[in-house]
Design a protein around this ligand. Structure first.
Ligand code: NAG
Ligand code: NAG
Ligand code: NAG
Ligand code: NAG
Length: 300
């Protein structure tokens, strides 16, 4: 009897130690989040994305979050393929160190940079690509950005400069998608038409598709109050037809013919689309509700 009384506390202590070990192991497991890479938009400085980095850090302490410091501010007007190569160079070593893969959150023009990185990189290990209000099917609209770069052009006549070889030296022209001049677009767009395989010129289209399909999940975030992405449905792979009526993703030729893998990925169940009202373009990466409700759950 006496022995039992003395051994009891010892047993309890052992039990506590075991529980503690189990819990801390679990805690550590839960705390190992995949690294997150943030790819900025046009004219952004790295610090413009700080809010997003902070929100991730608070929700998932210990996550290694990197805002890729390439082609910021005016350098974001450089040709898209050149930017893609620069981003790739910085992203590759981070991917190599992340044996379980990384997540990428790509904002605005950054979403197209990310499409370029994914399609042209055969050893990427991106788990989830979160596209944050990005003109994934291109842009056709008068915006402050356009006025800044091409002060003398409106959307109706920008094709005259965008679809020339010197026009294609500026990022915006690389994804300018004029629904009334699709032949010129397909012939001259060296970036978006190539990513979409809408031009006969891409002899790597199969490779691009395979690379894209290595992605595990695609999350498309956008909404009607964006104010910059035009049409806003471009953030969901929708776009204007030649009558400027928006045609949704599933009705797009690039989807139906599976030109770069989007249809296959969707059939796999790996494309999620969120239409979120009430968010203006510059607020997507600052809005805590957007982060909590639509982004956080993907970053595990
Ligand atoms: C975050 O990742 C980068 C790139 O892999 C690495 O250089 C850095 O040491 C990591 N930071 C922490 C705190 O783990
Ligand atoms: C184009 O738009 C006009 C006006 O909205 C409409 O009457 C017409 O049917 C549309 N044409 C096509 C081919 O969608
Ligand atoms: C890309 O388009 C060409 C026709 O222009 C076609 O031959 C090729 O199969 C397409 N690639 C993919 C991956 O669908
Ligand atoms: C934040 O996002 C929510 C939707 O999640 C939206 O209703 C709200 O208007 C947004 N606020 C701002 C300032 O963007």
């Amino acid at each position: 009897m006496a022995a039992d009384v003395r051994s009891h506390p010892l047993f309890v202590r052992h039990l506590l130690v075991v529980l503690l070990l189990v819990c801390s192991a679990r805690y550590q497991n839960a705390a190992v989040y995949k690294p997150v890479l943030i790819i900025h938009g046009i004219f952004d400085a790295v610090t413009d994305l700080d809010d997003l980095q902070t929100m991730i850090g608070k929700a998932h302490p210990g996550t290694n979050v990197t805002i890729i410091d390439e082609y910021t501010e005016l350098f974001s007007l450089y040709p898209m393929w050149e930017q893609v190569r620069g981003f790739q160079k910085t992203m590759a070593p981070i991917m190599q160190q992340a044996k379980d893969g990384v997540h990428i959150i790509c904002y605005s023009q950054g979403g197209l940079i990310c499409r370029g990185v994914l399609e042209s990189m055969d050893d990427h290990n991106v788990d989830t690509f979160i596209s944050l209000s990005s003109p994934l099917m291109g842009q056709y609209g008068d915006t402050e950005y356009l006025k800044y770069v091409f002060p003398h052009y409106l959307k109706e006549n920008l094709y005259k400069v965008a679809y020339t070889s010197y026009g294609q030296d500026i990022s915006i022209s690389n994804y300018w998608n004029d629904p009334h001049h699709q032949d010129l677009y397909k012939e001259n767009s060296v970036f978006l038409a190539v990513l979409n395989n809408q031009t006969a010129k891409n002899d790597k289209s199969k490779e691009y598709k395979n690379n894209f399909l290595k992605l595990k999940k695609l999350v498309l975030i956008g909404g009607p109050d964006d104010g910059v992405i035009t049409p806003w449905q471009s953030s969901h792979f929708g776009f204007y037809d030649d009558n400027e009526t928006v045609v949704e993703m599933k009705e797009q030729e690039v989807y139906q013919r599976d030109y770069f893998g989007l249809k296959t990925m969707d059939a796999r169940g790996d494309v999620t689309t969120y239409e979120i009202p009430g968010v203006q373009h510059l607020n997507w990466h600052k809005n805590l509700t957007v982060f909590n409700d639509y982004i956080e759950k993907w970053l595990t």
